[in-house]
Write a protein of this length. Structure first.
Length: 255
């Protein structure tokens, strides 16, 4: 069931969004060469504690997962697309890192992600990261009252495909509210004019995932969570929680 939020609820969700945005800022600042991924998770937990918030990721177990997620963030490096578990891996010069996080404040959830390069960036990685940002911007721009979910999906897919990148078909965005994952699903590729019609008060997590090798296939690690490109190419993941309003898209997880 799709839940339409009141204006007061959108304001409350913005507070959860501020916390999640703070996590992205803090973890990106901490992500230096030699830093372990689990140290970034500790940074995220500190932001949550300071804000009196909790993580919707920690202990989360959706239908596809064999075990609950063990961290407050997903930290996906290089060929990891999404859902990477922060472990003892030390960041290296040139690593492409995606951090996915959320926060729950007063019962309202937020969800956002960012991709960036540690140290020296390879031109092809910089292009991938920039295209991921543009795909997110295109999806947000399409999130207006009267449009449909397919318009968002088409906008994202058009940017990704024009750059020659792959898009994992089974994973995309979703509704957000009292739960981190709600209806409706928001694919990263689709036909315009199709799907659920956007209304004032609908809140969506819009999250393009792009794979540099151009393939759409992916594989799952033995940990039951991390998704990787099948060809070893690098991937990017960007996400914002966005409210559909009569005044245009409102990015609830903006810094």
């Amino acid at each position: 069931m799709v839940e339409i939020k009141t204006d007061a609820s959108l304001d409350a969700m913005r507070e959860a969004g501020r916390v999640a945005a703070g996590i992205l800022t803090a973890t990106r600042e901490a992500a230096a060469i030699g830093v372990r991924l689990r140290e970034l998770d500790e940074v995220a937990r500190e932001v949550l504690r300071d804000a009196g918030a909790t993580s919707p990721f920690l202990g989360y177990r959706p239908h596809f997962a064999s075990t609950p997620f063990p961290a407050a963030i997903c930290a996906s490096v290089n060929d990891a697309i999404v859902h990477g578990i922060p472990d003892g891996y030390r960041l290296r010069d040139g690593d492409l890192v995606s951090i996915d996080c959320g926060a729950v404040v007063d019962g309202w959830a937020s969800d956002c992600a960012i991709s960036f390069i540690v140290g020296t960036a390879r031109p092809e990685d910089q292009r991938l990261v920039e295209t991921g940002r543009k795909a997110l911007e295109a999806g947000i721009a399409a999130a207006v009252v009267g449009a449909r979910i397919g318009d968002i999906a088409h906008a994202i897919g058009t940017v990704g495909r024009a750059a020659g990148y792959g898009i994992p078909a089974d994973f995309g965005g979703h509704g957000v509210g009292r739960e981190m994952h709600e209806d409706p699903p928001v694919p990263n590729e689709g036909r315009p004019g199709r799907g659920y019609r956007l209304r004032h008060g609908l809140v969506l997590a819009i999250e393009p995932m792009l794979m540099a090798g151009g393939q759409d296939a992916y594989r799952e690690d033995d940990d039951g969570w991390t998704l990787r490109t099948v060809d070893g190419s690098r991937a990017t993941h960007n996400e914002h929680t966005v409210a559909i309003t009569d005044d245009g898209p409102r990015v609830l997880t903006a810094p």
